[in-house]
Ligand binder design. Sequence first.
Ligand code: HAM
Length: 414
Amino acid sequence: MALRRRLEDRLRRVLHAFNFREVQTPTFEELELFEKKAGAGVRDEIYEFKDKSGRELCLRPELTLPVMRFYFGSQLKVEPKPLRLFYFGPCYRYDRPQAGRYREFWQVGVELVGDASPEAHAELLWLALQVFEASGLSKIVLRVGHLAILRSLIESMLGVLPTDQGPLMRLIDKKDLEGIKAHLAGRTDAKRVEEFLSFFELGDLEAAKKAFPGSPRTQEAYDQLARVMARLDGFGADATKLRFDPTIARGLEYYTGLVFELDCPDLGAEKQLLGGGEYDLSAVFDATPEPTVGFALGFDRTLVALEKTGKLPEVRDRVDVLVAALSEKGTPAAQRIANALRELDLRVELDLSGRGPKRALQRGSAVKAKCAVLLGEREIDRGVAALKNLDTGEQVEVPTSEVAARLQPWVVAN
Ligand code: HAM
């Protein structure tokens, strides 16, 4: 947990710097919320149950739908836009567990409500990059695509109308090339399928635009992407970490336009650390349109990536001071000194077992204390305490009233 908290702190600091405010929703929701909008891939993975009064509930598989349910049903709705919300919480998916894929996992996510302009997208993509920068993970690739481009490619190259594209989108989301071929066999000319798949290799926006100019809507999507990339450049984003990827389909059904995913290439199958895009869930809640952009990252998977690449944060789990009473007589002074040091926010272990100085110092090393305060009969009789810096070995005697002041530099130094 110390490790998890340290990563959490780093991520929270970035979210705070970008002025995102935290929201929290219950771990269970009405099943209907996800049945309506999550998409078949996620619906199959839901943990569902009935409560004692027969209500159909589920453990949330993600947090975008719950957060937007909360948003549309609360005073947040009338707050000035854009609204920057973030969350950190457990999600549940009934999936086959493997390295980096769990049935219970934590997501950190953000929703930028009321603005889906290229500037809003660029801010979120920059935030995603900054979040991983802060986590310590530098080997990442952020892929950006657009559903309008993908959908029009599918329609014009493969002749599959938007209303029938669901199953194919799920295969594309899984990058299941054999599955795509099998799905299209007999329906679409094999050469067209190959041509479509070759489009998957295009990592350059300009090249893609030339190879497949598409309809005016597709052109608009290319222009939006180009503008987002230009804005990202303005933030100082490292271009080597960015790719255009026309094949991002996303497993969730609510996305409408620009979509993105971030991978750690060093991981195997479960290399996707973050996913997100543009959506508008106002229709689900009978509200006026509210374009929104958001993303979520897999917290546990990020830890796996940090471990695999040797970048786990260092856990500073040291005790500041061990205060030990070496005999009954030293106990009241030890208690007083421990109280005073704890008031100063120091992390103190108090040892009232009355064991001798050697065993007390052994305990100090075992808990990685930075220093020790020893109170034996001899010290008490003279109104002093013995202090030992456990890192340098330095030892001094000071009046009990001066313990805190004398220890301060030793504690701060480490
Ligand atoms: P998602 O892509 O389904 O998107 O999940 C986001 C991230 O959660 C994934 O990239 C992955 O790192 C992590 N994740 C997903 N499933 C598991 C699992 N079984 N075990 C461990 N980690 C997992 C969403 O959930 C959207 N709500 C993101 C979003 C926010 N879109 C807009 N706003």
